[in-house]
Design a protein around this ligand. Structure first.
Ligand SMILES: *Cc1c(COP(=O)(O)O)cnc(C)c1O
Length: 236
């Protein structure tokens, strides 16, 4: 199937109100162009250099979401244009996004990445850290050039649907808890708490059932990625 057909098929399974982020990492510009021509405008990338290169090759009305681990020294390259940084995983990163937002005269939309999976390898805040950050620092006016719109998470890579569902449920509950405890701050920032990003190619059906309103889908649209050569397995 072509990218355009995959995209149409994927869209047909999404209820209204669920935003589709086409995860185009590791795929060539031609694939993105095909998706663009089929009407897709939101793309997710996980590496700064790849994102900035692809941006130059595609029309200006594309919305770019950053979804990978973001090093603080790379923030400045995407700060002028990025639509949403979904993968904020440290206070230090928020400090830098805030600084670059100020420099560029814009308020940068972000999501907090929360670690819900059993795997150690996945990054993100704990639920307690995310709640503390929002209800204390952010609610008190922290990071004025950042607007935190919600949460992002990734479930464990497993076939166990019950476990995936449980992890998604934890994230959705945290989202509601923060929403109900956020004080109104007069800046409208508390009102902009509206994005719950979870669900990828293999689990987005469950994700939508559990309340996701933003799914990040790569493989189902673009096919398998060609990863850089993996590192030799660790021997202990
Ligand atoms: C790669 C990636 C995706 C997309 O994964 P697929 O299984 O290809 O749909 C979604 N979210 C994040 C954070 C990713 O890194």
């Amino acid at each position: 199937m072509s990218v355009a057909e995959n995209l149409r098929q994927t869209r047909s399974t999404l209820p209204p109100g669920v935003t589709l982020v086409a995860v185009s990492k590791f795929h060539p510009v031609e694939a993105l162009r095909e998706a663009y021509d089929a009407g897709q405008r939101i793309f997710g990338e996980s590496r700064e250099q790849e994102l900035t290169a692809k941006r130059k090759a595609l029309p200006d009305d594309v919305e770019w979401h950053f979804i990978g681990h973001l090093q603080t020294n790379k923030v400045k390259y995407i700060a002028p244009f990025v639509t949403l940084i979904q993968s904020v995983d440290s206070r230090r990163l928020l400090d830098e996004i805030d600084r670059q937002g100020a420099k560029n005269g814009r308020i940068i939309d972000c999501l907090l990445e929360v670690h819900i999976a059993a795997e150690e390898s996945k990054s993100g805040f704990s639920a307690e850290e995310a709640a503390g950050l929002m209800l204390e620092t952010y609610a008190a006016g922290g990071w004025p050039n950042v607007r935190i719109r919600g949460l992002m998470g990734m479930a464990t890579n497993t076939d166990d649907e019950t476990q995936i569902r449980r992890e998604f449920r934890t994230l959705a509950a945290l989202f509601r808890q923060i929403a109900s405890e956020m004080p109104a701050d007069g800046t409208g920032k508390a009102a902009a708490w509206d994005i719950l990003s979870f669900g990828m190619s293999d689990d987005y059906g469950i994700a939508i059932e559990e309340g996701s309103n933003m799914v990040r889908i790569g493989t189902h649209i673009f096919g398998e990625r060609e990863y850089p050569a993996p590192q030799a397995p660790m021997t202990t």
